[in-house]
Design a binder for this molecule. Structure first.
Ligand code: ACO
Length: 321
């Protein structure tokens, strides 16, 4: 039996932290009190205007490869989860492949499931590895969501940040990824979206992120609890065997509510939303890398990832380290 195991992680945040007060100084009609109380966010990072997701992804990827103790030549699959690719095409994954200098015996493509993108990408890579067709995948979440923000819309622009996180997922005779559950319900595509597109040399429609915050909040709390139970059932493991929850970092109130519904104390939940904001597809691998590097998540422990984002698309994965 071939399983897929996470062999190493890496992450990257561009620039200095931008605090809530910094946003006020930049002219956003908000306050540190409001943002902290409603979201738990105190700071986020923004990439320089000429820095693309692929550049953030490259740094995170190099760190993950180093942590996994392998070389770029060992990588035969690159999957980048992003909703903010450098270009319409080619994929950000091909730019990462080129940046790393990986030869052409490697597949590379992007996955777009917005804030759940990393879980979708991990699930995809796991299936490649379990099939035996590929041995070692780089799975990356990378975003420059700052490019999509309308700075006059205070209900959205305070929530998001830029960054990248990566894992090396490799074939193993031990699990590894124990179970994954993915879902989507496109009937909700209007609750969180960027309506614009490029046509005839112009951006047609609204190029900024739009969101019905309360609808997203209610949907998130409901489906994240359901999918967490689903993945536990699929794996056939006891609920109390979970050592850590690494959730998508959208809002501390969503995270607290999910943890409460699962009966998990917050001491078992990795949170970085306070210092990263919502980095969409990058948020789970960024949080994971923090908790591995600071020694919280250790070999032998069991970890749940879960996320939800535009589409809406949501999912969870249960992984043994
Ligand atoms: N600063 C100050 N006041 C604000 C701000 C702000 N940044 N944003 C909104 N307000 C005001 C509104 O204008 C409104 O004022 P009014 O009562 O005078 O009209 C008041 O605050 C309440 O606005 P609501 O939009 O109802 O605020 P709500 O309590 O719903 O909080 C929030 C908004 C934080 C976005 C919340 O709905 C939420 O967390 N939703 C979840 C969505 C989320 O996390 N999305 C991330 C992307 S999706 C994902 O990753 C899962």
């Amino acid at each position: 039996m071939i399983y897929a195991r996470i062999a190493g992680t890496g992450s990257y945040l561009p620039g200095e932290p931008i605090t809530n007060d910094d946003l006020v100084k930049r002219g956003v009609d908000t306050s540190d009190e409001w943002i902290t109380a409603r979201t738990g966010i105190r700071a986020r990072h923004f990439a320089a205007p000429d820095t693309g997701s692929s550049e953030l992804a490259l740094v995170a990827a190099r760190r993950a490869i180093e942590a996994a103790g392998c070389t770029v030549d060992d990588i035969d699959l690159v999957i980048v989860a992003t909703s903010t690719p450098d270009f319409i095409f080619p994929s950000t994954a091909t730019l990462v492949q080129a940046g790393l200098g990986i030869e052409n015996n490697c597949a590379a493509f992007d996955v777009q499931a917005v804030c759940c993108g990393f879980v979708y990408a991990l699930a995809t890579a796991e299936k490649f590895i379990r099939s035996g067709s590929h041995r070692r995948a780089l799975v990356i979440g990378a975003e420059v969501f700052s490019r999509l923000l309308d700075w006059t819309d205070r209900s959205t622009c305070v929530l998001f940040g830029d960054g990248a996180g990566a894992v090396v997922l490799e074939a193993s005779d031990k699990p590894g990824v124990r179970a994954v559950a993915l879902h989507a319900d496109g009937s909700h595509h209007l609750v969180l979206w960027v309506p614009g597109h490029v046509s005839g040399g112009l951006v047609t429609g609204d190029p900024f992120l739009r969101m019905h915050g309360q609808t997203v909040f209610k949907l998130a709390v409901k489906v994240l609890e359901e999918v967490a139970h689903e993945v536990i059932d699929l794996a056939g493991v006891p609920q109390d065997s979970i050592d850590w929850l690494v959730p998508h970092q959208a809002n501390i109130r969503i995270i607290q509510s999910t943890a409460k519904r699962l009966g998990l104390p917050m001491e078992k939940v990795v949170t970085t939303v306070d210092v990263h904001g919502n980095t969409s597809a990058a948020s789970i691998p960024l949080a994971l890398d923090c908790a591995i590097r600071d020694g919280r998540i250790r070999p032998g422990q069991r970890v749940m990832f879960e996320g939800i984002g535009g589409g809406v698309a949501w999912g969870a994965a249960l992984i043994d380290f």
